[in-house]
Write a protein that binds this ligand. Structure first.
Ligand SMILES: [Zn+2]
Length: 271
């Protein structure tokens, strides 16, 4: 739960290490990104754990670049998102959730279990609830930082990024908490990729979640009848290609994305 108040235009100011809103003195602040453009509004928020945040909205002169219309297939990346790895790309790079996020998640789980054992209405329960909120915050912050860096790199390195919308079916076989974490995490990563791509006139393409990216051989398009989750690699019976489950899926996602980009009228050169 977060309490918020917003201040618009008149009386809002910001400097290198402070912000100012009407009726309050200048507030010392740690500014995370360079201030540029005309300040439109400041939203102050306070988290349950007592941290204060201010988000500053600027109007910039810079117009968004026109979308790239000519792209090279070599500069397009397909991403498969899973629970074993946060993302696997069509070049074969697998990105796991870093250790510090996993530790924060473990800590959160422990705090949640502890909370569930406390008697309702007790002071101990109130304290445990605060610890859960703090642990939540740590997971969210760690994940956010990491995803900002990852999405920045992916967008900088490519002209188009292809992702699949969430595969609900696969997730059913995992625990509720894992599913919840995975779900929120992919969604947040896709959101970051989308706006970073837009800032550079690049493309984020979402493909249909029912596209059989795991079951199809990327080399010959042969479709397997089934592909259980525990199969991590397989040999195609048709073309004998040896397929890593996730990289094969990422390659299919890329291929499907290229088809979609062409359908949208972009010129895509081969490779
Ligand atoms: Zn094949």
């Amino acid at each position: 739960m977060i309490r918020q108040s917003s201040y618009h235009c008149v009386g809002v100011k910001a400097g290198d290490s402070w912000i100012k809103v009407p009726k309050l003195k200048a507030i010392k602040a740690r500014i995370h990104r360079p201030i540029a453009g005309k300040l439109k509004s400041i939203t102050l928020s306070r988290t349950v754990t007592g941290k204060h945040y201010a988000s500053l909205l600027f109007e910039t002169e810079q117009a968004e670049p026109a979308p790239l219309m000519d792209i090279e297939a070599a500069n397009v990346v397909g991403l498969d998102m899973g629970l074993s790895h946060l993302a696997i790309d069509s070049n074969g790079t697998k990105t796991a959730n870093p250790r510090f996020i996993k530790q924060a998640q473990k800590n959160l789980k422990r705090k949640q279990q502890s909370l569930s054992r406390k008697t309702k209405g007790s002071a101990k329960r109130a304290k445990a609830r605060l610890l859960v909120a703090k642990a939540h915050e740590r997971v969210a912050n760690a994940r956010n930082d990491f995803q900002h860096k990852l999405s920045r790199q992916i967008v900088d390195d490519n002209q188009a990024v292809i992702v699949e919308t969430l595969k609900v079916k696969n997730m059913m076989q995992n625990g509720k908490l894992a599913r919840h974490i995975g779900d929120a995490s992919w969604h947040a990563l896709i959101t970051k990729l989308a706006y970073k791509a837009k800032e550079q006139g690049k493309h984020l393409v979402k493909i249909d979640q029912w596209f059989p990216s795991s079951k199809t051989c990327h080399a010959c398009q042969h479709k397997m009848a089934s592909m259980p989750l525990n199969v991590r690699s397989w040999d195609c019976p048709h073309c004998a290609s040896s397929n890593d489950r996730d990289i094969n899926a990422a390659l299919n996602i890329k291929c499907q994305g290229l088809i979609q980009l062409k359908a949208e009228g972009l010129s895509v050169s081969a490779h």
